[in-house]
Design a protein around this ligand. Structure first.
Ligand SMILES: Nc1nc2c(c(=O)[nH]1)N[C@H]1C(S)=C(S)[C@@H](COP(=O)(O)OP(=O)(O)OC[C@H]3O[C@@H](n4cnc5c(=O)[nH]c(N)nc54)[C@H](O)[C@@H]3O)O[C@H]1N2
Ligand SMILES: Nc1nc2c(c(=O)[nH]1)N[C@H]1C(S)=C(S)[C@@H](COP(=O)(O)OP(=O)(O)OC[C@H]3O[C@@H](n4cnc5c(=O)[nH]c(N)nc54)[C@H](O)[C@@H]3O)O[C@H]1N2
Ligand SMILES: [Mo]
Length: 768
């Protein structure tokens, strides 16, 4: 039998699809990838999965306004009927309620291909049709995005470049990592990882003699070969640890006065707080020890070690995905400023070196592939994670980054390329909120929990069923993504779906700009070529690129050091803050008068943490981190992810003492619960989890069972997390602040139905 090898790309890696007889039978990793992700093995099963949505479908009970249970029956209809229905709903809602009654933020990772990036297309389509309510920020680093501009004038250190590995390997002596550098996270880059290089760089850094200190509740956050000092910290208390270190630096005169005077504002204000001049509470190492559970002597030693050498403070994105998540980020900048290394090779602060493949990897500043999003004429948006608040409280006020705004009244939700029934916190609350709109339209390839909670479901092709161009701004490649197989079932690409809708609504020309799929691929690539040419980099023609399957961009000429220009000359290269300096205290933030985000970094107790009064009732802090074997909820039905489950349940790791106290043994099924919800999970006993902490990966498909959803059966931890903004300043998600308890499950084990598609009525009609 002949086998074809077809170049393609996923967020977890580039590959050749192996195609036989119109089916994808395997994936061969890209030859330039030194450490391909095992997630590639999941692709063939997913493409041909029985969970694929075959035809457009409408939920039974939609017209009657029956609640969306996630277990409703669906009636298949033809594409023509489906497109007429969707166009009709958009027209009706726009006419009767206006564009701000349509929610189209459509948050989610979608595909690595940039033409068919579903979220981009959704917003493009809705904006061109008059606009919608959009979502700003993201779940990854939403708190940082709106805090950092006040402090350092930009959020580029989370969105773009940080001091890179070559600079670290050459110059850093001590890497102080909060939240760790877990290799599991390095499998992924938004837009596609061509070369997986996190392990390589960590090994080089280790070989260069760098000492690693990892502060985290979980030992596995540092790979063993780093031989890192593990400082186990109570979750959500890193700010206190940083303040304790700052106190030691001040008390022992080890802070860099000259740097603080020349490059920063607000240090004196911060110093008064740290020393307790105003509140009689010195934030010294002993104080920090009581909060963090880290010995005072360890905190003092860490401060001395960091001050005595070239140290880099790098903070995982997870720390700001928690209640009061602004504070550890701001405090880490204050700490790095006191250490004086900002803007010098291998020194200063950084974020996310272990959060995603490509962070800190040298990459020339050249444009990446993308298509443009036009402006939103409705000029309406919410902070990304405030979706349930919005749906539940139309007309209510909220505060965000110095502004007051009002939640719109949403009648129609349009989602493509995201899975809110994975990504949002407190899913039982989201389920209530989700009953509010009249119509929910979703494009999906699989019967995900979100598709099952929709009224009109349109089947989308996967990457391998269409042509595209992809690539990440953190990776030196651009990839041609060739169509490998025909559409599975009657699936259509998101582009074709929106194009057909735009035709019905009278703006097909604006949407497609007269281009078909291949013309778009060409245009996207040629934009990259033109951008590169402006920087004197010549790239091959589109035809050569397409034939070759990829192009490699040349490496940058120099190591990248964050804020090197500013360090060299702060007058010539001021920061984009009100003072032009690093704002250790911010008058602007102070002027907002938020007691949940004052004018300088401060320890404020998160709503849920091990020191809270509620910890008496809910004695375990639940950490929900990124899964090792899938991308969020993507690929969860594949063998790789299922193989790590126990009795079909997601795992929960806990410390041997916590398990023993509850009579729980390794691999026992347990109920993880709090006042918001409960889920089943399988216990894994792990000495590398600190006491009073439980760890669950995110992404097990939500399986609420019966309508009341009292017991999620598969191990989706977002039934337990709290849906509350980090603060009024940034309104980021607080996923990592949740207290729970765990009990042995001694009842019958209900089967999980997460991967059983809903009941489908074939050749149906739109149900009355
Ligand atoms: N508790 C807790 N929750 C979290 C986090 C946490 O740390 N803790 N992390 C958060 C973070 S950082 C993130 S980024 C979010 C991720 O949240 P999401 O990005 O929503 O998660 P994904 O599972 O990647 O969802 C993408 C969806 O798009 C679909 N899709 C893929 N390609 C296509 C396509 O071409 N067309 C269409 N129409 N659909 C497509 C996939 O099938 C999948 O259902 O989760 C957040 N949620
Ligand atoms: N394999 C895989 N990789 C991924 C993803 C995926 O879905 N799968 N998702 C990608 C995405 S979208 C993102 S945004 C990034 C996220 O990158 P991160 O946010 O860095 O990743 P997490 O795994 O959520 O958290 C990293 C570690 O932080 C630690 N941690 C949690 N709370 C605290 C705390 O209060 N203090 C300290 N010191 N440590 C704490 C946890 O032990 C956890 O293992 O990951 C990316 N990488
Ligand atoms: Mo993310």
């Amino acid at each position: 039998m002949t086998q074809r090898r077809v170049p393609s790309l996923a967020h977890w890696g580039a590959f050749n699809a192996l195609v036989e007889d119109g089916r994808v039978v395997g994936c061969e990793p890209f030859a330039g990838d030194p450490a391909p992700s095992p997630m590639l093995t999941a692709i063939p099963e997913m493409v041909h999965s029985p969970l694929r949505i075959a035809r457009p479908a409408v939920r039974e009970g939609w017209r009657e306004g029956k609640p969306r249970t996630g277990n409703d029956r669906f009636h298949e209809i033809s594409w023509d009927e489906a497109l007429d229905l969707v166009a009709g709903e958009l027209t009706r809602v726009r006419r009767d309620f206006g564009n701000t009654a349509i929610f189209g933020g459509s948050y989610g990772w979608s595909s690595a291909g940039r033409l068919h990036h579903a979220r981009t297309l959704t917003r493009r389509f809705l904006f061109q049709g008059g606009g919608c309510v959009d979502q700003v920020g993201n779940y990854s680093w939403g708190a940082a995005q709106f805090l950092l501009p006040h402090v350092i004038g930009t959020y580029q250190p989370v969105a773009g470049r940080v001091t890179d590995w070559p600079s670290i390997v050459k110059h850093t002596k001590l890497v102080l990592s909060f939240g760790g550098l877990a290799l599991k996270n390095g499998q992924v880059s938004s837009g596609g990882a061509g070369a997986h290089v996190l392990e390589q760089w960590l090994r080089r850094a280790k070989a260069a003699g760098i000492r690693f200190v990892v502060v985290s509740p979980l030992k596995a956050d540092a790979p063993d070969f780093l031989d890192a000092d593990w400082i186990a910290i109570r979750p959500n208390t890193d700010t206190a640890l940083m303040l304790g270190m700052a106190h030691t630096l001040i008390a022992e005169g080890r802070h860099d006065e000259a740097f603080l005077a020349r490059y920063c504002v607000g240090f004196d204000r911060f110093k008064r707080y740290v020393t307790g001049a105003d509140d009689n509470t010195p934030k010294d190492a002993a104080w920090a020890s009581r909060i963090t559970g880290v010995a005072a002597e360890t905190i003092r030693a860490l401060a001395r070690d960091a001050a005595g050498t070239t140290s880099l403070v790098t903070v995982a994105w997870s720390l700001q995905r928690a209640h009061r998540g602004e504070q550890p980020y701001w405090a880490s900048i204050a700490l790095a400023a006191m250490l004086g290394g900002i803007g010098t090779p291998g020194g200063g602060f950084a974020f996310g070196h272990g959060s995603l493949n490509g962070v800190g990897v040298p990459r020339a500043e050249l444009p990446g592939p993308e298509i443009a999003t036009p402006p939103n004429p409705a000029a309406a948006s919410i902070p990304v994670a405030r979706i349930a608040d919005m749906l539940l409280n139309p007309g209510a006020d909220y505060e965000f980054n110095g502004r007051r705004a009002v939640y719109p009244d949403i009648r129609l939700v349009y989602w493509a390329g995201g899975n809110p029934f994975h990504h949002h916190q407190d899913l039982n609350r989201l389920r209530c909120a989700w009953q509010k709109p009249e119509t929910v339209i979703v494009h999906e390839s699989w019967w995900t929990p979100t598709a099952r909670h929709a009224d009109i479901v349109l089947p989308a092709t996967t990457t391998l069923e269409r042509n595209d161009v992809g690539g990440s701004s953190r990776d030196p490649y651009i990839f041609a993504m060739h169509q490998a197989i025909a559409s599975v079932g009657e699936a259509r690409s998101d582009f074709d779906i929106f194009h057909a809708l735009a035709k019905r609504l009278g703006y097909a020309e604006a949407f497609a700009e007269g281009r078909d799929e291949m013309a778009w691929c060409r245009a996207i690539y040629e934009r990259v070529v033109a951008g590169a040419a402006r920087k004197n980099v010549a790239l091959p023609s589109f035809d050569d690129f397409w034939r070759q399957g990829f192009v490699e961009l040349p490496p940058p000429d120099e190591d990248f050091v964050l804020f090197a220009d500013f360090r060299r000359d702060p007058e010539l290269h001021p920061l984009n803050t009100p003072s032009g300096r690093i704002e250790i205290a911010s008058e602007k933030i102070g002027s907002f008068g938020y007691d949940d985000c004052p004018e300088h970094p401060a320890w404020m107790e998160p709503s849920e943490w091990l020191g809270a009064a509620d910890a008496a009732q809910w004695p375990l802090h639940l950490i929900t981190h990124q899964p090792v074997d899938r991308l969020h909820s993507q690929l969860d039905p594949a063998r790789l992810s299922r193989g790590h489950k126990i009795k079909d349940r997601e795992t929960v790791r806990l410390n041997p003492d916590d398990a023993a106290r509850r009579g729980i043994k390794d691999h026992d099924i347990v109920r993880v619960f709090n006042a918001r919800g409960a889920c089943l999970a399988a216990a894994v006993i792990d000495t590398g989890v600190m006491p009073s902490v439980a760890v669950m990966p995110t992404g097990a498909w939500f399986d609420p069972g019966d309508a009341d959803g009292a017991l999620e059966r598969h191990g989706n931890p977002n039934v337990l997390t709290r849906d509350i903004g980090t603060s009024r300043l940034t309104q980021g998600p607080s996923a990592l602040s949740a207290l729970v308890d765990i009990a042995l499950w001694d009842g019958d084990l209900p089967p999980t139905e997460a991967f059983t598609p809903p009941t489908i009525v074939r050749a149906g009609t739109v149900p009355a």
